[in-house]
Design a protein around this ligand. Structure first.
Ligand SMILES: [Zn+2]
Length: 334
């Protein structure tokens, strides 16, 4: 299947994230994207620019405006921290009604964590990632059975009006919004972490179902506040797994998601490969062979499919894991 790529997705290079108040080395790095791309031998298609108006189907205008200008206004304020990071948050109990005026307070209106920094290339890269997802959707709407957006920063933790979890724009949700032009869509998220942003964006929508298999947030894993089974309803299915879960329960969950999605006209796969054994960001223990089988299961739906890259942090293995999943998807469709 065609691989959509943009060099601009490499421009976001935060170097660090602030975790429990302390700078730690960034794991969501540009080398992730090149490590994956270099393991694929499919046709590469350049991401095409799309108008901001397309993004408004899933994001608030205020979030887009903030992300587009955040680095410039922060840099102009000569603050001690080089990259944009919040120090106050608009907690719901405040009942806040307006964006704060101070440059150093403004990120707390839009961000929900301190690890998702904004630097000089962040907006351009996030925008390129959305363009890659939209270009993959265009290819599929134009008749390609499936297309893969090989991109970063990832997107599934970004909500309609907030960024966090190393995500700025919800690329999978943006692709799903485009695919609804051809009928109802399912977004199935196999990243090791719950796709909270996608769930929130499509909550209550009848034309987009969201399903996610992920490590149980109740066991202490990001996104902590969301991803529990009891959030499931007619348009959402959460399948949390215990830390240490390996191939069998993970594949059973993927199969359940696929069965639940039957009847849709289009599929978006939020493809994180951080559920793999050995990934530093999750305690799940999934094998490469199981990723191949997950691809077969997802492909068996037999509907036009956009695959969007989410997490996966072991640079030595993520390329092979994505390759296995995409090969499985093609086998499943055959
Ligand atoms: Zn993840």
């Amino acid at each position: 299947m065609p691989v959509v790529w943009s060099d601009r997705c490499l421009l976001h290079d935060p170097a660090a994230e602030i975790w429990v108040g302390t700078p730690t080395p960034a794991t969501e790095v540009p080398a992730r994207a090149t490590a994956i791309r270099d393991r694929l031998d499919a046709r590469v298609v350049d991401a095409q620019p799309h108008d901001d108006a397309v993004l408004l189907a899933v994001h608030d205008e205020a979030l887009l405006a903030y992300l587009a200008s955040a680095w410039k206004e922060w840099n102009g304020a000569e603050l001690p921290q080089e990259q944009v990071v919040p120090y106050v948050f608009a907690h719901r109990e405040l009942g806040a009604r307006r964006e704060p005026a101070a440059v150093w307070a403004r990120p707390g209106w839009f961000a929900y964590d301190t690890m998702t920094l904004i630097g000089p290339g962040t907006w351009e890269a996030a925008r390129a990632a959305a363009d890659a997802a939209l270009t993959a959707a265009d290819l599929v709407l134009g008749g390609e059975p499936a297309a893969y957006a090989c991109t970063r920063p990832p997107g599934h933790h970004a909500t309609r009006s907030a960024y966090g979890g190393s995500c700025y724009l919800n690329n999978a949700a943006i692709a799903a919004g485009a695919l609804t032009a051809a009928g109802p869509v399912a977004v199935l998220d196999v990243d090791a972490h719950h796709g909270n942003g996608t769930q929130e964006i499509f909550r209550g929508r009848e034309d987009v179902r969201t399903g996610s298999v992920h490590v149980d947030p109740g066991a202490g894993w990001f996104p902590h506040f969301l991803g529990f089974a009891d959030e499931s309803d007619g348009s959402n299915l959460n399948l949390p797994l215990a830390p240490g879960a390996a191939d069998e329960p993970w594949l059973e969950a993927v199969a359940e998601l696929v069965g639940w999605a039957h009847g849709v006209a289009g599929l978006v796969v939020a493809l994180g490969v951080d559920a793999a054994a050995g990934d530093p960001e999750s305690p799940l223990q999934v094998s490469g062979a199981a990723f191949r089988e997950s691809g077969r299961l997802l492909g068996s739906l037999g509907v036009p499919t956009v695959v969007v890259q989410e997490g996966g942090y072991d640079l030595a293995t993520i390329g092979a894991l994505v390759r296995e999943t995409l090969l499985g998807l093609e086998e499943g469709r055959a």
